[in-house]
Design a protein around this ligand. Sequence first.
Ligand code: SF4
Length: 77
Amino acid sequence: MDNDKNKYENNEITVTFNPIKCIHAEYCANGLSEVFSTSIIPWINLEASTNKKIISQIKKCPSGALSFSRKNIKISA
Ligand code: SF4
């Protein structure tokens, strides 16, 4: 499921969030709080860290709620 509200982009990557899959383990907010916030909307700020760190954190999402793609190349987290 893709809608604009749950889709975040910068120059290199697109991050999508599927709230139906999220189990609220908060690995994302605990692991990279400058990007993933539990108290600010929009809750994902892709300008706050490097793509390498963001991708690494997305891969730790236990539910698959977070995923990313590089521009033009779809990669599952
Ligand atoms: S790490 Fe994944 S499952 Fe946990 S709160 Fe973040 S998006 Fe949800």
